[in-house]
Design a protein around this ligand. Structure first.
Ligand SMILES: [Zn+2]
Length: 308
């Protein structure tokens, strides 16, 4: 019997399930049981719909009552009224926030939450030991735990600002070193500049050559330095650390490529070895860097870590 019923059901027969061949009395027909359960489901859905409609009506009533309470009084936002709104907002999240805001007479939800106050989240700030409050229904616990400490919004901001101040101090120190004046004889500078200028970076930058961009900049700086030397009668010239180190480093690479060619470039300028001149410049740069680093520590000290 069951196989016949299943076959009929499977072939999409629209025949009433109960018209399936009768089951023996001791075995209830599973299709009849299924139909009963479907009936239960329909009933449950109807109840749910009724409950939902009742809920919507109740919420509407509550909001209307709130609006009336506000409109029928001289002082709409009494402590008792705000306490009622606070209770509705925080304890009955089923009431839509925007509708509650409008009924309670506020322009926007943040204005309302500022007036009714926030509620504790159950979390405590590890820095100031104050309760961390929920500031809105959509509030989520802080996820940024820096140095293993959970912070409230105020302490988190203070911590971020302290970090920013430390970064700024570090940037100022670095800039102070980069601007350090490297004073050296014009001849030494000329040797370094000419070595760099002897190998113009021609064509497109080779993406595989990580020094390519570095060379372009060094070449540009060497050109500027050469022009400065040409335009001065002074015996010495001051070049900032950041430019000097780039030119000298590039010139050293040129020496490494072709020492004979290097000598040819330098001979018209000086009798000294190009390596010796570059080492001297390099030493001078290092001295200035060390001096400026020491100065920078006094001028731009690292701010104290955030106060607890
Ligand atoms: Zn805190």
């Amino acid at each position: 019997m069951t196989s016949t019923a299943i076959a009929r059901h499977a072939t999409g027969s629209t025949e009433d399930l109960r018209s399936a061949p009768e089951a023996p009395m001791d075995q209830p027909d599973p299709y009849t049981a299924l139909q009963h359960s479907i009936g239960d489901l329909t009933e449950a859905l109807a109840l749910e719909a009724t409950a939902q409609a009742a809920r919507a009506v109740t919420i509407k009533n509550i909001l209307a009552m709130l609006a009336d309470m506000r409109q029928n009084t001289e002082q709409p936002h009494t402590p008792a009224y705000l306490a009622a709104v606070r209770h509705l907002y925080w304890q009955h999240t089923v009431i839509p926030s925007l509708e509650l805001t409008a009924a309670a007479g506020f322009n926007y939800p943040a204005e309302m939450t500022a007036a009714i106050g926030h509620v504790p989240s159950g979390l405590t700030c590890d820095v100031c030991q104050q309760d961390i409050v929920r500031t809105s229904r959509s509030w989520l616990p802080p996820t940024r735990v820096r140095d293993g400490l959970l912070r409230c919004a105020t302490c988190d901001r203070a911590s971020q600002e302290a970090r920013n101040r430390r970064w700024e101090a570090a940037a100022m120190r670095s800039s102070h070193v980069e601007k350090g004046p490297v004073n050296a004889p014009c001849v030494d500078w000329m040797v370094a500049a000419r070595l760099v200028l002897a190998y113009p970076p021609i064509g497109a930058v080779d993406p595989d050559d990580k020094y390519a961009g570095f060379h372009w900049r060094a070449y540009e700086l060497a050109q500027q330095l050469n022009q400065r030397i040409a335009g001065t009668f002074a015996t010495h010239l001051v070049v900032p650390v950041v430019e000097a180190s780039r030119i000298v480093e590039s010139a050293e690479r040129v020496v490494g490529w072709d020492l004979d060619r290097t000598w040819e470039i330098v001979v018209p300028l000086t009798d000294e070895s190009p390596s010796l001149i570059l080492s001297r410049l390099e030493r001078r740069i290092r001295e200035v860097c060390e001096q400026r680093k020491a100065e920078a520590l006094t001028l731009f000290p690292t701010p104290a870590p955030e106060s607890a």
